[in-house]
Design a protein. Structure first.
Lengths: 116, 113
């Protein structure tokens, strides 16, 4: 009965360190999205991936951020050399359908990153 | 770029009062979705509206999609403390047909018992 699984739930990093966030989509879902949420704001799209492919990364900063969804294992959002402005909740979502249909997104519980 | 605005940003009600949040998009939407996020929680899908002028009900919640498919509303009748949370509307970003959504900034609902 696994929904979208994210870990870690909370992560504290010092400026300049790396943050690595993991996401396993719901069973049967092969479409993964990463969203970022700043305090008391809406969610901002970052990247859309399918297995071994980045489909749309238009919302992801060009520097320091990268995402992957390998053939085996979870999707990973990697933030290098973190800065205080990276402090946010990072939500992963998966969907059953792919392109051609805008369907319901199933969100994980999020990874809350704090940069000291 | 596409913008999705929600009003009000905050709403405080007494338990039993009604609540409405409004969503407006700068562009016509193929569909609109609504999500609820409890404090400290994650967004949970409530509903998707597709047709112009569509109205859908879920118990005490009524969702509407405007005729021009640029606005939407969520109305809760007789609020309960379990309704507390932030309500977001979201539409497909830039005409995409996958899960790239533009979210409104949300309406934070507080219900006083």
């Amino acid at each position: 009965n696994a929904g979208v699984m994210q870990n870690p739930r909370h992560l504290v990093r010092r400026r300049g360190q790396e943050a690595r966030l993991r996401c396993s989509p719901m069973k049967g879902h092969s479409h993964v999205y990463w969203y970022r949420q700043l305090p008391e704001e809406g969610l901002k799209f970052m990247v859309y991936l399918q297995k071994e492919n980045i489909i749309d990364e238009s919302g992801m900063p060009k520097e320091r951020f990268s995402a992957e969804f390998p053939k085996e294992g979870p999707s990973i959002l990697r933030i290098q050399q973190v800065v205080r402005g990276d402090s946010a909740a990072y939500f992963c979502a998966s969907s059953r359908s792919g392109t051609g249909v805008t369907g319901e997104l199933f969100f994980g519980e999020g990874s809350r990153l704090t940069v000291l | 770029g596409q913008q999705v605005m929600q009003i009000p940003q905050y709403q405080h009600v007494q338990e039993g009062e009604d609540f409405t949040t409004y969503c407006n998009s700068s562009t016509t939407l193929s569909n609109i979705q609504w999500y609820k996020q409890r404090p400290g929680g994650h967004p949970v899908f409530l509903i998707q509206l597709v047709k112009s002028g569509e109205v859908k009900k879920q118990k005490r919640l009524t969702f509407q999609f405007g005729e021009a498919k640029k606005n939407s509303s969520l109305h809760i009748t007789a609020t309960q403390t379990t309704d507390v949370g932030t309500y977001f509307c979201a539409g497909p970003a830039g005409g995409t047909s996958y899960g790239k959504l533009t979210f409104g900034q949300g309406t934070i609902l507080t219900v006083h018992p």
